[in-house]
Structure formats: structure tokens, C-alpha cells
Unconditional design. Structure first.
Length: 32
């Protein structure tokens, strides 16, 4: 595995984390 692939994977996981946090925030606002 090259460092580029590793950085891309970490970037994708970071985006996924941000998306999940955004979804949870929106859900909290909708419920609250």
C-alpha cells in the first residue's frame, strides 16, 4: 500500500465521520 492510498483512505474515513456527525446533528435538531 502506498502512502497516497493510505492518505486517501484516511481522507475518506474523515469525510464519512463528518457526514455521520452532520446527520446526527440534523437528527437531533429535528427531534428536539
Amino acid at each position: 500500500m502506498t502512502s497516497k492510498q493510505r492518505s486517501e483512505e484516511s481522507g475518506l474515513s474523515l469525510v464519512e465521520a463528518m457526514v455521520s456527525i452532520a446527520v446526527l446533528s440534523i437528527a437531533a435538531l429535528a427531534i428536539g
